[in-house]
Design a protein around this ligand. Structure first.
Ligand code: BG6
Ligand code: MG
Length: 224
């Protein structure tokens, strides 16, 4: 298999394809306020790319409340957040795809480059359907496909395997530090969407999805 050609681009969903990261924040904020636990957008950065239950643990930790709840109660708290989140994401429409992403997906298709989603969100299939982009991807890799979440590379590696791509010939796109680490650990070229501070470990940083450019990604990654 040739590794100097770009074979696949693997995308995170929340905060990369659409701004659902803001709905995760709103839903966790509702729960944190109800539990009287301090929670703000800065602390929320730690939750990006992290699984639902791990996110809950991080929130409880911020209020010294990890020991206050049984495992059953924690499951109920995570459900409460998810029910609110599901109400919020019902408002997502095709107009909510982030700037430039629809064009970028079409450009990749036209260039014969495979595309996949690697998202630990169990709501990913619903969001992709709301956006009307399910068919724009060759494969959608979800939390159920892997045991270890990001920052482990597993979800990106499984996605690459499913689209028949060599990890060294793949680019991963992420908005979370845990996700960038996962891409780097998978031996892929990492593209970070966010500020240089948030995306410290990304090989290429874009301030927003509007800045995406296949030519720039090819040049920076050395994948033709
Ligand atoms: C990730 C988000 O994509 O999915 C996290 O960045 C979120 O914020 C995680 O907690 C799990 O999502 P869900 O929808 O299964 O609770
Ligand atoms: Mg994300």
């Amino acid at each position: 298999m040739e590794t100097n050609k770009l074979q696949a681009v693997i995308f995170d969903l929340d905060g990369v394809i659409t701004d659902s990261a803001k709905y995760h924040y709103q839903a966790w904020k509702m729960l944190a306020d109800r539990l009287d636990i301090p929670f703000d957008e800065e602390y929320n950065e730690k939750l990006k790319g992290v699984s639902r239950m791990e996110s809950l643990e991080l929130i409880l930790k911020n209020g010294d409340a990890c020991e206050k709840f049984t495992a059953e109660e924690k499951a109920a708290l995570a459900d409460e957040k998810n029910e609110f989140y599901k109400e919020l994401i019902h408002q997502i429409t095709p107009a909510d795809i982030l700037p430039g992403m629809a064009e970028f997906l079409a450009e990749l298709r036209a260039a014969g480059i495979r595309t996949a989603v690697a998202s630990v969100s169990r709501n990913a299939p619903f969001i992709l359907a709301q956006l009307g982009v399910t068919d724009s991807f060759d494969y959608v890799c979800g939390a159920a496909a892997v045991e270890r979440a990001k920052p482990f590379p597993d979800i990106f590696l499984v996605a690459a395997q499913h689209v028949g791509a060599d990890p060294a010939a793949c680019v991963g796109v992420e908005d979370a530090e845990a996700g960038i680490r996962a891409i780097n650990a998978a031996g892929m070229f990492s593209v970070g969407v966010g500020t240089p501070d948030q995306m410290r470990e990304a090989k290429l940083i874009l301030s927003g999805t509007h800045e995406r450019s296949l030519a720039r990604i090819r040049e920076a990654s050395g994948l033709a």
